[in-house]
Design a protein around this ligand. Structure first.
Ligand SMILES: [Zn+2]
Length: 595
């Protein structure tokens, strides 16, 4: 494979615009390490005046900005070639400095929370702190859930103990488990790992799919008692933490920091369930197209529409993207085009030991870079559109918000990327007469919505069930978990699918269930994106500006407020039903074109 130093300069990201060279980076990391100590001179003084708090925040921000640049450079250089020892040590040094920064600043929030209510309220009204009002309010609203100093100390020590459950799950799942192999039609051994499992599920040979599915889940079946008790341990931790911190329940506790109304969660589940028949129609269509007597769960991922064999060079991909985002207006197009062509945001191609996959990265004072392993497929074009969505969101937020308000929360993170995928997909559909390609494009969006909206909502419902069980003193054992999981699968997949027994233990292999109400954000994210997309495409110019303003908002308000301003109310069912109706339209178009 091609080596890093053989990649043309024009195909690499412009990491040199962060630091001119390694020496500059090394000088800066040494300097910042020394400078950090300055922050300690504010310790014990925060309750003396609003001016002191302002000075502290300004100092902290200037250090954070410098630290982010140091970290960014190291992580990008490291990802360019994971076997390069120099950059590996850069990365380690950056991480160490980050830890040191955390230690040096860990006293700030507790000290802010200790200031008497009347006093801090007065401070907040001062001109000094006006620019920091939302930032400080977010910190101060934690107050009623913070315990006294000693109790907090015990809790932070306990965190270390609690981490055992998830660590054990990861050890057993990533290290101990050996899934063995299956045989293909010519008696070749096919090794099963987490990575290859998905490849076997999209294999055209049904026996490979079936055997991989059975063998993979068999391992979890053998250990289901142990894994059930690990998951039980984790959920008990969530319940414990919600209780000691005075939250009504685990859901309110988990949604508190982003100020998400629990209605958003409940509404998502309710709306998806009320409309589940459209998912069943899509699955029935799969069964019909695959001409199967019985549709099993291991038949659910194999493509039933041929992937068109069209290759796109990076330049062609870029052109498609620029054309696709035209509905967003001049400002958006110009920045993106300039970013990719002149500022060199994208590290385009694979090289030896380069980080796999794709992501968007950057910091407040840098370009929003994109790492890719572009390989000329339609999928790669889509990845470029997706990551460009993230990068444009970062760019516009960084340019329009102060440092503390520029970063957008996870709840909003996938909106801009999904939006761009919709733009690209529809642009491609509208500019081709090739029916096969249109069918492929429609189906790939349908699959995306199936796995992101419907499947993640099923997960969210399971997560709610396990938390509520423990809240009601019902212990989690494998029998309870299996029964619930089968029940959910029957409901979500519908009657035309054979719900194979093996699926009962699928819950045991999903790390997200340890994350404390995380997955619902995939479902709300795609719903918000589609709802916004519909607004922008179908309606007035005003809607486009609303969307651009959304991209400029970063984290300047709570996520639901930001979405509200863009015209999407996530506490109502409309965004989710918008997404489901969109799914329906795509499905009927697909049926029409294929029949
Ligand atoms: Zn993404």
């Amino acid at each position: 494979m091609i080596k890093r130093n053989e990649i043309k300069n024009e195909d690499k990201w412009s990491v040199e615009s962060i630091f001119k060279n390694d020496q500059e980076w090394q000088d800066e990391i040494k300097k910042l390490e020394k400078d950090l100590e300055v922050i300690l001179k504010f310790k014990g003084k925060l309750d003396s005046s609003s001016k002191i708090i302002k000075e502290l925040l300004e100092t902290d921000i200037s250090f954070s900005k410098r630290l982010d640049k140091i970290y960014l450079y190291a992580h990008m250089k490291n990802d360019e070639d994971l076997k390069n020892d120099v950059y590996k040590s850069f990365y380690d040094n950056a991480m160490n400095l980050y830890t040191k920064y955390m230690e040096t600043t860990s006293w700030i929030i507790p000290e802010l929370l200790k200031i008497e209510n009347d006093k801090i309220k007065k401070f907040l009204k001062s001109d000094d702190l006006k620019p920091y009002d939302f930032y400080l309010t977010k910190i101060l609203r934690q107050k009623e859930h913070i315990l006294n100093e000693n109790e907090e100390k015990i809790l932070s020590m306990l965190a270390n103990v609690f981490s055992t459950t998830y660590d054990s799950f990861k050890s057993i799942n990533d290290c101990d488990f050996k899934f063995g192999y299956i045989l293909d039609g010519s008696n070749n051994k096919l090794n099963i790992t987490h990575g290859t499992y998905y490849l076997y599920l999209i294999n055209k040979d049904r026996n490979i799919r079936k055997n991989a599915f059975c063998q993979y889940h068999k391992k979890y079946e053998e250990y289901t008692t142990t894994i059930a008790s690990l998951l039980y341990g984790k959920i008990k931790e969530h319940v414990f933490e919600a209780k000691v911190r005075n939250f009504k329940d685990t859901l309110s506790a988990a949604l508190f920091s982003n100020n998400i109304d629990t209605a958003v969660y409940m509404n998502l589940i309710k709306t998806v369930k009320e409309n589940i028949s459209i998912l069943h129609e899509f699955i029935d269509y799969r069964k019909k197209k695959m001409k199967l007597e019985e549709l099993h769960l291991y038949d659910m991922y194999v493509p039933f529409i041929e992937t068109p064999d069209i290759k796109y060079s990076f330049d062609e991909a870029k052109k498609l993207l620029f054309d696709a985002v035209k509905p967003l207006g001049n400002e958006y197009s110009t920045i993106l085009q300039n970013g990719i062509e002149k500022e060199k945001w994208v590290d385009k191609y694979e090289n030896e030991n380069k980080r796999s996959g794709a992501y968007s990265t950057g910091c407040y004072d840098s370009y929003p870079y994109i790492l890719m392993n572009y390989n000329n497929t339609l999928n790669s074009v889509r990845t470029l559109a997706h990551e460009a969505g993230h990068s444009m969101h970062s760019y516009l937020s960084n340019k329009n918000q102060d440092f503390l308000y520029a970063k957008y929360p996870i709840f909003l993170a996938e909106v801009a990327s999904t939006f761009n995928e919709e733009l690209l997909n529809n642009y491609l559909i509208n500019t081709t007469d090739n029916k096969k390609q249109i069918a492929y494009l429609l189906n790939s969006r349908l699959d995306e919505i199936r796995t992101t909206l419907f499947r993640q909502t099923m997960f969210a419902e399971f997560e709610l069930f396990i938390h509520q069980s423990v809240e009601n003193n019902i212990p989690l054992n494998y029998k309870l978990l299996n029964d619930e999981y089968i029940k959910l699968n029957k409901f979500y997949f519908g009657n035309e699918v054979i719900i194979d027994d093996e699926i009962a233990v699928e819950w045991a292999r999903i790390p997200h269930f340890y994350y404390n109400y995380y997955v619902y954000q995939y479902a709300t994210g795609i719903s918000a994106a589609i709802s916004l997309y519909k607004n922008v495409i179908n309606e007035s110019n005003n809607n486009k500006d609303q969307y651009i303003n959304f991209l400029k908002s970063g984290g300047s308000e709570y996520p639901l407020d930001i979405l509200n301003k863009a015209g999407v109310d996530m506490t109502a069912s409309k965004p989710v039903s918008d997404a489901i109706n969109y799914f329906k339209d795509l499905l009927y178009k697909l049926i029409e074109i294929e029949d």
